[in-house]
Design a binder for this molecule. Structure first.
Ligand code: S3P
Length: 436
């Protein structure tokens, strides 16, 4: 059943909040925990549908995942030690869970069926299957979308693979498969995508090297690896924090602090862009949390101007374009976001869904090739009904637009918000947001 929700103009957002744990790091903690020997205690794991689907998948393969006081614990089976599942692995809405786990299945002598919801079954898997097939994975019927039946092998071949498009999911799947192959497996990307897999692999004792040259990056993992269970602390998700930050910027008289947010430079493109637009964002107490930088962000209402967002920045803010486009609606002048082709293959066609949502709310917006152009002003009409297309980030972004616009904005369904940020509505209400 769809769950529509309306957001109305709100002001004076105040308070200190913590957003739930980073989704990317949460998936990886469960997966590496399952591939390690011994126990991996995880604090701050994101308890949302996407991550719980990965938890169920690694359990179905023989790792033990238990909820304990203060978080979760994984009892792993060692690299190559997982067992064939006796039922299809259902990843729900999660592209990350399914793609990373294809890399894991590749290195095991097992057959497994991968499936997911309607949105996930439409998303391209060929980009991850192609390199894994070169390494030795067999895919039944040459399919490139879920549901998929695959057969892994203990005899994977290590590869050097240049990604056609920077993608942390594809890179991670190859590196995870590479743990099971002899020799070294290298992934080269033209622009650095998020590097949580590389960081966490090193944390678990794998042999990892990362070389950057002229903006490109090569990540290498040593094969026949042995991982040892290690504690993981999951920092707050910057992609969830983005919604609270955006609300504070566009709603009058606001001053909030979002605590303990992941500040990994491969994830801070949104903050960098907001600052260029004139946002008042202060980074306080930058520190290290288990190999990842974290900090507190103090954010106040700001008058913004439109900017050009270059395509090179896309990997560092790939999930933040819907909310950036919403913020751009409140900025004076034109914001041009370039190089957004990848948005077409996210949980929905986010490029079209974002442009359509803006138009429905009376905002001037256009798509030119793979650019999204938004013409903003400090008074945004709102009043629209926005189609979310089963996409959590579209739902959250347009609810935020409603908090700042003249007339209330309704999104047609909020049920998918549970895939990444189940606490979204109560957390935003606590800060001062009005929903009905
Ligand atoms: C993710 C990588 C990104 C991002 C997704 C999470 C990850 O996808 O959009 O939400 O955890 O590796 P791509 O790697 O396909 O760009």
């Amino acid at each position: 059943m769809p769950q529509p929700l309306t957001a109305s103009r709100s002001a004076r957002f105040k308070g200190r909040v913590r957003v739930p744990g980073d989704k990317s790091i949460s998936h990886r903690a469960l997966i590496l925990g399952a591939l390690a020997t011994g126990r991996t205690p995880i604090s701050g794991l994101l308890k949302a549908d996407d991550v719980m689907a990965t938890a169920r998948a690694v359990s179905a393969l023989g790792a033990e995942v238990t909820e304990v006081e203060g978080g979760f614990e994984v009892l792993g089976q060692g690299v190559g030690g997982l067992l064939a599942p006796d039922a299809p692995l259902d990843f729900g809405n999660s592209g990350t869970g399914s793609r990373l786990m294809l890399g894991v299945a590749a290195g095991h002598d097992m057959e497994a069926e991968f499936t997911g919801d309607e949105s996930l079954c439409r998303r391209p898997m060929g980009r991850v299957l192609a390199p894994l097939q070169t390494m030795g994975l067999l895919v039944e019927g040459g399919r490139t979308t879920l549901p998929l039946r695959v057969r892994g092998t203990r005899d994977l071949v290590p590869i050097v693979y240049e990604l056609p498009v920077p993608s942390a999911q594809v890179k991670s799947a190859i590196l995870l498969a590479g743990l099971h192959a002899p020799g070294r497996t290298t992934v080269i990307e033209s622009a650095p995508s998020r590097d949580h897999t590389e960081r966490m692999l090193a944390h678990f004792g794998a042999e990892v090297t990362v070389v950057e040259r002229d903006g490109a990056r090569a990540s290498t993992v040593g094969g026949d690896a042995e991982l040892r269970g290690r504690p993981v602390e999951v920092p707050g998700d910057p992609s969830s924090a983005a919604f609270a930050i955006a609300a504070a910027i566009i709603c009058e008289g606001s001053d909030i602090t979002v605590e303990h947010v992941l500040m990994n430079p491969t994830r801070t493109g949104f903050i960098d862009t907001l600052r260029e637009m004139g946002a008042d964002i202060e980074l306080l107490g930058l520190r290290d949390a288990g190999g990842e930088p974290v900090g507190d962000l103090r954010v106040r209402t700001s008058a913004l101007k439109g900017v050009r967002v270059p395509s090179e920045r896309a990997p560092a803010m790939i999930d933040e374009y819907p909310i950036l486009a919403v913020v751009a609606a409140f900025a004076e002048g034109e914001t041009r976001m370039q190089g957004l082709a990848e948005l077409r293959v996210k949980e929905s066609d986010r490029l079209s869904a974002t442009a359509a949502g803006l138009l429905a709310c009376g905002v001037e917006a256009a798509i030119e090739g793979d650019h999204l152009i938004v013409i903003g002003s400090s008074e945004v009409p709102g009043g629209g009904m926005v189609a979310t297309h089963m996409d959590h980030r579209i739902a959250m972004a347009f609810l935020i637009l409603g908090l700042g616009a003249r007339a209330p904005v309704t999104v047609d369904d909020t049920s998918m918000i549970a895939t990444s940020f189940p606490e979204f509505v109560p957390l935003m209400t606590g800060l001062g947001g009005q929903f009905s």
